[in-house]
Design a protein around this ligand. Structure first.
Ligand code: ASP
Length: 312
């Protein structure tokens, strides 16, 4: 690991473009959130934040790349809930989740939606459950690899209906969505930041939102509870990280910039269009992200151990 930059270098930061690693493919939900926030933060910081998509292994390849990067503020990571679940799901993670990063802040909590190809036979969630049980060897479920939000959501769905479907992994749900729209796979569970526009355009079918309340951008879509599957709830929180050892003054600058970006009217509007809300100032802090990651690792570890799902 390189030595952290101190003093004057941190005061002048940033002097060149910053790379923000997104651990999934371009065009997917994590990518969408990252590009919106990066553009606004870049304007505020006076340097462009360039997105680098490093997809694969449920987000762990991208996280690993940032864990090993120089802690100089020029390489950041925007990742979601998968950061916490991978800590238990992966037997051999190439980084120590709680000790390999500094924390910038929470970004947003995005609802998920259970969706399918537009011509999928089941008409509603109850019909989908019956169909999946009766056709479990035939139904294909797309996800972005073990530990991805789409994987977790699918895992919860399958355990709730006590039926294992065939999963088809991608490097991100951007390409998975292309295949769902093209009717190459049957179903998926993904963030509203990727599904809202496709649902509204009628390119895919939606069965339920995984939230307590209906999603504001999709008011006609029932919650899972309303549609007959209570307890099927999952929200996908996102955070920005830097490699461990990044100078505290730089982290502070980044947190302040993140807080501004989350109040930028363009970001607020686009988030609202996609059914999500920006984190508050208190949430967009290193302390809040660290606390969230720690508590989420604790929350998910027993669930994953009980389910007995692991990856190498
Ligand atoms: N968010 C998606 C997932 O975790 C992946 C992506 O952003 O492409 O399933």
């Amino acid at each position: 690991m390189a030595l952290a930059v101190a003093g004057p270098a941190a005061a002048e930061y940033p002097e060149r473009p910053i790379t923000m690693v997104v651990p999934f493919s371009a065009g997917g939900p994590t990518d969408t959130v990252s590009r919106l926030v990066a553009e606004s933060m870049g304007k505020d910081l006076g340097q462009q934040i360039v997105i680098e998509n490093v997809g694969g292994a449920g987000g762990t390849l991208g996280s690993s790349r940032v864990a090993k990067a120089d802690p100089d503020g020029y390489t950041l990571l925007l990742h979601h809930i998968g950061m916490s679940t991978a800590a238990t799901l992966y037997r051999k993670l190439p980084y120590d989740t709680l000790n390999a990063f500094d924390y910038v802040g929470l970004v947003t909590d995005v609802p998920m939606t259970l969706v399918a190809r537009s011509d999928f036979e089941p008409k509603d969630l109850k019909g989908l459950i019956e169909y999946a049980k009766a056709n479990k060897d035939k139904v294909t479920y797309a996800n972005a690899g073990v530990g991805a939000a789409s994987h977790l959501c699918g895992m919860l769905f399958m355990s709730k209906i006590e039926t294992q479907l065939t999963t088809v992994p991608y490097k991100g749900t951007g390409p998975a969505m292309t295949d769902l729209v093209g009717k190459q796979v049957d179903m998926m569970c993904d963030q509203t930041t990727n599904t809202t526009n496709q649902i509204k355009a009628g390119k895919i079918k939606a069965y339920a939102a995984t939230t307590k309340e209906r999603v504001s951008s999709l008011p006609d879509l029932p919650t899972a509870e309303e549609a007959g599957l209570p307890g099927f709830e999952v929200g996908i929180w996102h955070g920005i990280y830097a490699p461990k050892g990044t100078p505290p003054e730089i982290v502070k600058k980044l947190s302040a910039s993140l807080q501004k970006a989350l109040k930028d009217p363009t970001v607020v509007q686009r988030f609202a269009d996609l059914g999500t809300k920006p984190s508050t100032d208190a949430e967009a802090t290193p302390e809040a992200l660290k606390a969230k990651l720690t508590s989420e690792i604790e929350r998910w570890a027993p669930v994953i151990k009980a389910a007995g799902v692991y990856a190498d």
